[in-house]
Write a protein that binds this ligand. Sequence first.
Ligand code: DLL
Length: 437
Amino acid sequence: MIRHPHFETMSRSELEKLQLERLKKTVAYVYERVPFYRSGMQKLGVNPEDIRTLSDVARLPFTSKLDFRDNYPFGLACVPQDEIVRVHSSSGTTGKPVIAPYTQKDVEVWAELVARSLVCAGMTREDILQNAYGYGLFTGGLGLHYGAERLGATVVPASTGNTKRQLMLIQDLGTTAISCTPSYALILHETAQEMGIDLHQSKLRLGILGAEPWSENMRIDIEDKLGITALSIYGLTEIVGPGVSMECPHKTGLHIWEDNFLVEIIDPATGQVLPYGEQGELIITTIDKEAQPVLRFRTKDITSLNIETCECGRTMARMARIAGRSDDMIRVRGVSVFPSQIESVLLTVEGVEAQYMIVVDRQNAFASDELEVWVEVSEDIFSDEMTQMVALQGKLQRELDSVLGIKARIKLVEPRKLARTEGKAKRVVDRSELPQL
Ligand code: DLL
């Protein structure tokens, strides 16, 4: 099923025409209303009338997370406060959070985009969605909630945490779909096992998972453990929240809703726009927002674009799964790796669990000579048999070296010892923040 066939199957030329029209409107709108964008454009000598073709978007200035902080809280908003009906926010690790205001029309468009995403994943109004993203300032909870309601599915607003109750609800209500982070999906499985519950026996069939990078091997692991199809939903607070893009059951990339978002891939080092197919940083310009449109947002998410029509019939560009965030990239003796690549290798080795932590020395801007990977071993491997553990350690070291070309020290950890998070998993930690095991 396709929710908005008119948009989702548009020809490239029709789509580009629509995008250009919307881009011009957005640029004129923010130039008029937001001093930050006006002065940014003036510095580059660009006027709204200079945007004549879609590629002229590259003449516009970038916007970064820092610009949101500098203009905190409402300096990037285009409408007076009485037109704002809701505000979301993302905490970030340092400084002021990002504020995302929405008008009535914005929340409606957003709900439609999430409904479109859920249909793309194969959901219908017959489904019961248990929404285990956090409700509150985080966009995941309310974003999925209103989208699923818009679709007409039954929503169970479980929010994060209380895993035993989540499992009870899955069983008692006949939940068919779950929305949560991939790492929380694994916690559900782990707790189910502890309680003697087999999720394969439940009605759960679909996972709408996102909010953090996850590898293909993680998908396989989750699908196998929970007995579901696990699909990725992508989005970010600055742009709208979840519902920027979504995988369909063909699992060949995330469909980007390009009637709302104009996307580019740039070389993160030079800012140069790269052609389709090449990997780089995703840049998003919103072209149908009222409260706080954003020009050329630097997501820091590393991916590539593909504009071939998908087998599902949708024509909009697909983005490859996020390889990682440019600020999470680790350099070990000159080799660059993303946590998800390490995850992927760990999960190919029998006897380890999908629970791991990468230890770095941040003083050195993530570049270190030595990389340390802490990984949990499975119950049956964890034994007093030193030889077996030593063999496993050696195997993991060799795999990381042969696949990624990195030398890592491996620390095998007792099952269930590493900290679990109910929201986004923290995979990379600084040595100074190491937990005591
Ligand atoms: O995480 C919005 C969201 C909620 C998306 C629920 C999906 C589901 P932020 O907290 O602002 O917003 O974090 C955005 O999370 O730049 C990516 O680095 C990462 N991210 C989000 N979705 C995915 C995904 C929400 N499907 C940041 N795959 C983004 C990989 C993702 N990374």
